[in-house]
Design a protein around this ligand. Structure first.
Ligand code: HEC
Length: 143
């Protein structure tokens, strides 16, 4: 069953130190799990841009915790969605090291976090993950 597989996957992630203990206990913080698995390597666990991959990129890492402050105190939801879905090349950011997650998740991946995704469900699956990870980033914002 999908639910059992999802729980198994979360336990595996927790064992690998990628998910919070709360997620392993069933809180199911999807945004935290997706961020830990796909974003933290570059952006850092706290979003400040000091992930282990950052030093290998040719562009400077942005600080994800100041996105709201830098946008007059309003979290720019639609812009952040487009950046994550399309990768930074959709935006002004030229020569970015950021992959296009929407497309990548849609085309490359058949089994994500231990859950088999049927072709007809992939768009909804990716959308749910992008929304969850945006929620996680919104929760990191400096006040
Ligand atoms: C391979 C490294 C890498 C990974 C993995 C990565 N990013 Fe990025 N990200 C970048 C870089 C580099 C930039 C800055 C792009 C630029 O300025 O050209 C960026 C920019 C961003 C921005 C825009 C920040 C701003 O202030 O404009 C957001 C939001 C973002 N990333 C979210 C994510 C999320 C969510 C994930 C995971 C799904 C992710 N990134 C995965 C490297 C990465």
């Amino acid at each position: 069953m999908a639910a059992a597989r999802l729980r198994g996957a979360m336990l595996a992630l927790a064992a690998a130190g990628l998910a919070s203990p709360a997620a392993a206990e069933g809180e199911r913080d999807l945004g935290r799990i997706v961020y830990g698995a796909h974003c933290a390597a570059c952006h850092g666990a706290d979003g400040r841009g000091e992930g282990p991959m950052a030093e290998f990129l040719t562009v400077e890492m942005p600080d994800l915790t100041t996105i709201q402050r830098d946008n007059d105190g309003v979290f720019p939801f639609a812009r952040v969605y487009r950046i994550i879905e399309g990768g930074a090349e959709n935006e002004v950011h030229a020569a970015s090291g950021m992959p296009a997650w929407g497309e990548r998740l849609l085309t490359d991946t058949y089994i994500l976090h231990g859950v088999r995704v049927e072709p007809g469900q992939r768009e909804a699956f990716v959308r749910a993950r992008i929304l969850a990870v945006i929620d996680h980033i919104a929760g990191m914002q400096e006040q």
